[in-house]
Design a protein around this ligand. Structure first.
Ligand code: NCD
Length: 360
């Protein structure tokens, strides 16, 4: 594939100009009839949308508790087909999207690597995606290239047969549906203490290349009085684009390398993995940065209500002996991903009303 990749890369008229625009000016291109059509950036979600998705996810999981409810859900979208194009490794995002499609009755096709698609013959990713649009009604993609989902959605929107594109992770750039499930998790964990407004969120690890913490930081503009604490080794500090965004939206943040100093006041601690698949310096691969791990003896230092999150996969950032503590929310978090992704798909195909009606 690499043999052809550069030769077959063609230029789309208008793309360079579109791609250079600030994100705020791009959002409209991914809407249709006043609704979000493609899910590309976390910046597309406002508070009303986030609250609605969290509520819808709660209703879907409630319905799914009974056989009759599951039957109703499965009959919402049996006429729709989804394509999972995951050419970068994935366990949770792939499986939870797959399960979410099944919950709503969609049929699913999958490509999990370019070696089995015509990309091996030199077909461009854009042509490959356009081909999917000939056969399915929605494309969910994960790709190692930043901006991949954005470009393919933009290309498809210029054609006569666009289908919604959902970004399941685009390089070190964005992971908007992960941010959605992280918000859902935080709202649920804080349900008894007034929700996410006014909370102190500590983000730890590789904040530079961690797309999950980047997308989640964008969403904080939707909540009142949230304070962020970025805890990272010097080499993996949060990038300036996010800090400028937070400054512009008046969201308070602080940076430190002293993890233990911020533990006692955290309402949530969001741990992340060193993303060394993006490393340009192989020497950094071996360093595990133990000062940025959460260990069992940290448990007495955190508040009784503090929620511990991790997008997973975990390596050594959280001691497995922490898992039994009720504040360890990461296994609940991964399951929440399935319900909120089902809510998102219900929104995309406009069957929310049928779900709300079950409760009226
Ligand atoms: C994350 C990802 O792929 O960005 N995983 C996920 O989607 N749950 C985090 C990671 O790989 O570290």
């Amino acid at each position: 594939m690499d043999r052809y990749a550069e030769q077959t890369r063609q230029k789309f008229e208008g793309w360079d100009e579109f791609s250079a625009r600030p994100i705020d000016e791009k959002l409209d291109a991914f809407n249709q009839n006043g609704r979000i059509y493609d899910i590309i950036f976390a910046q597309q979600f406002d508070r009303a949308f986030l609250d609605r998705m969290c509520h819808l996810a709660d209703l879907i999981r409630q319905l799914a508790r009974t056989r009759a409810g599951q039957f109703k859900l499965r009959h919402l979208l049996p006429h729709k087909r989804a394509m999972l194009y995951f050419v970068q490794p994935s366990t949770r995002t792939f499986l939870s999207f797959h399960a979410a499609c099944h919950i709503l009755g969609l049929s699913v096709s999958e490509i999990r690597g370019t070696s089995t698609s015509s990309e091996v013959k030199g077909e461009s990713a854009e042509d490959t995606i356009r081909t999917f649009a000939s056969y399915v009604d929605m494309i969910i993609s994960r790709h190692h290239e930043a901006g991949f989902a954005e470009k393919t959605a933009w290309v498809l929107n210029q054609t006569h047969r666009p289908v919604p594109v959902l970004n399941g992770g685009s390089g070190p750039d964005q992971h908007p549906t992960q941010a959605l499930l992280d918000i859902y998790t935080l709202e649920r964990e804080f349900a008894h203490i007034g929700g996410l407004d006014d909370k102190k969120i500590v983000m730890v690890g590789d904040l530079k290349r961690g797309r999950t913490v980047r997308s989640l930081s964008y969403l904080m503009k939707n909540y009142q009085g949230v304070e962020l604490f970025f805890v990272a080794p010097e080499v993996f500090r949060m990038k300036d684009d996010i800090k400028e965004f937070l400054d512009r939206h008046g969201i308070s943040y602080a940076e430190t390398e002293d993890f233990e100093s911020v533990m006692p006041m955290a309402d949530a601690i969001y741990m992340t993995r060193i993303q060394n698949e993006y490393s340009e310096d192989p020497a950094s691969e071996d360093e595990t940065f133990p000062a940025f791990h959460f260990k069992r003896d940290h448990l007495p230092k955190i508040q009784a209500h503090c929620a511990l999150l991790h997008p997973l996969p975990r390596r050594y950032e959280i001691d497995v002996n922490v898992d039994k503590d009720p504040r360890a929310a990461y296994w609940r978090q991964e399951r929440n991903g399935m319900w909120i992704r089902a809510a998102l798909i219900a929104y995309i195909f406009r069957v929310e009303k049928e779900i709300f009606d079950e409760f009226s």
